[in-house]
Design a protein around this ligand. Structure first.
Ligand SMILES: Cc1cc2nc3c(=O)[nH]c(=O)nc-3n(C[C@H](O)[C@H](O)[C@H](O)COP(=O)(O)OP(=O)(O)OC[C@H]3O[C@@H](n4cnc5c(N)ncnc54)[C@H](O)[C@@H]3O)c2cc1C
Length: 387
């Protein structure tokens, strides 16, 4: 067992760390304040060649895998969780295509993503179905060489700035999860439009909106993988992205602790720096223990993805990493805010933003409760291999 990162991964981490400090940290508060998508951050990622970290070189990526993407997202999320999501979307929007798409689809959408000429989003959730993914009602009907899509998706990250949409729909509505298929729809296709753009609590730099499909005609070639076998593809895609969501939590927690420690060293009360008080020192120790545990869960989960294991048998490991790291992010932001006292609550300091941003992580890509369902199912079934 080797806990050291390769030279390539260490170099990647250093590059992103520098970019995050120089270009993202100074923008983070403003991104949150305006709620505008940070095009400059996207362009900085593009110039630094960071939009294809996890994708193979044959499609224009760097071939550094999910672990590479997690390391990069961790560095970025130390300062700005929304910018971390921009990197995450390079995988979320393409994972179904990477796992089940045709060569043409990979050349078009994965290469486009790596080169920064295309931006995608992943459209699963609907007003009537979130956790219950098989309960979606968006319909795709085959008519000759076309499919016609009808339905409404909601809470779709990055949809207002996307130019391709990976849409999950029912091709056999009576067959439950056996009637689900995945499509990739180009922006500008007649019948596809952006609906309500949500006003949300945090992660404000990445807009979230409805995606409306009204008699939206797509060629048969827009089907990703095999008709009616899309549910497995969707679950595997979500599995493969969960370590990256967890990495956003890990980075956010590290950033919050780092800020709180620096603050506690400077701020004085009762004639001493706050960092002298045992009550706060132990709080910092708790945070550090949890962050360290989260780090290894996240890296291990990423390595499992990079071994090509993204199916049901590996699912609990992704769920453990995702649930734990996102909850560590929430707990750490909560404690770090407390260390800043009244200043933690004020917008002139970053902690209230960390606190709001962290809360998103326990909901997206499967809530904490759904992760516990996946984990407990594997425990009861006896399929967790360390039991
Ligand atoms: C900021 C943001 C961005 C998002 N981005 C995307 C995106 O890009 N693409 C996309 O498709 N979706 C996206 N989502 C949607 C997200 O994945 C869903 O909100 C999430 O899966 C939960 O679904 P829901 O909101 O319908 O809640 P529900 O499924 O209605 O759940 C409500 C509550 O019930 C609990 N619950 C549900 N079922 C069970 C159960 N079996 N056991 C125990 N508890 C249960 C849940 O954990 C939750 O606490 C985003 C959401 C947010 C907030």
């Amino acid at each position: 067992m080797d806990f050291r990162l390769s030279d390539e991964l260490r170099l990647l981490r250093e590059t992103v760390r520098r970019l995050a400090r120089e270009k993202i940290a100074p923008r983070a508060a403003e991104i949150d304040e305006t709620g505008e998508y940070p095009e400059d951050v996207f362009q900085a990622f593009k110039e630094a060649g960071l939009l294809g970290i996890c994708h193979p070189e044959e499609y224009g990526g760097s071939g550094l895998g999910t672990l590479g993407l997690c390391l990069a997202v961790e560095e970025v999320a130390k300062y700005c969780c929304a910018s971390g999501l921009i990197l995450l979307l390079t995988k979320l929007s393409t994972s179904a295509i990477a796992l089940g798409g045709s060569e043409d689809q990979k050349q078009k959408y994965i290469r486009g993503t790596c080169e920064g000429t295309r931006r995608g989003c992943f459209c699963l959730t609907e007003p009537g179905a979130g956790s219950d993914a098989a309960g979606i009602s968006t319909r795709a009907e085959r008519r000759g060489d076309y499919y016609v899509l009808n339905g409404t998706k909601c809470f779709i990250s990055g949809a207002p700035v996307a130019d391709f949409f990976v849409v999950v729909a029912k091709t056999n509505p009576g067959a439950g999860h056996r009637g689900v298929s995945v499509f990739v729809v180009d922006g500008g296709t007649p019948g596809l439009s952006i609906g309500k753009v949500e006003r949300k609590m945090g992660v404000k730099g990445v807009p979230v909106s409805e995606v409306i499909l009204e008699d939206c005609r797509v060629p048969a070639g827009a089907l990703v993988g095999v008709e009616n076998e899309g549910f497995k593809l969707v679950m595997s895609s979500l599995n493969s992205v969960r370590p990256v969501v967890a990495a956003r939590g890990l980075g956010l927690a590290e950033g919050a602790l780092q800020y709180a420690v620096e603050y506690a060293r400077q701020r004085r009360a009762f004639g001493r720096p706050l960092s002298d008080f045992q009550g706060l020192r132990w709080m910092m120790a708790e945070m550090a223990m949890e962050i360290e545990a989260a780090r290894w869960l996240v890296y291990r989960a990423a390595l499992i993805v990079d071994e090509g294991r993204v199916g049901r048998e590996a699912a609990p490991y992704f769920s453990i990493a995702k649930a734990y790291a996102s909850e560590v992010a929430v707990r750490t932001a909560h404690r770090a805010l407390q260390i800043l006292g009244g200043y933690g609550y004020m917008k002139d300091y970053p902690m209230e933003r960390f606190y709001r941003d962290a809360r998103q992580l326990m909901i997206v890509e499967g809530t904490s409760e759904i992760q516990r369902e996946i984990i407990s199912r594997a425990i009861v079934d006896g399929t967790l291999n360390w039991l």
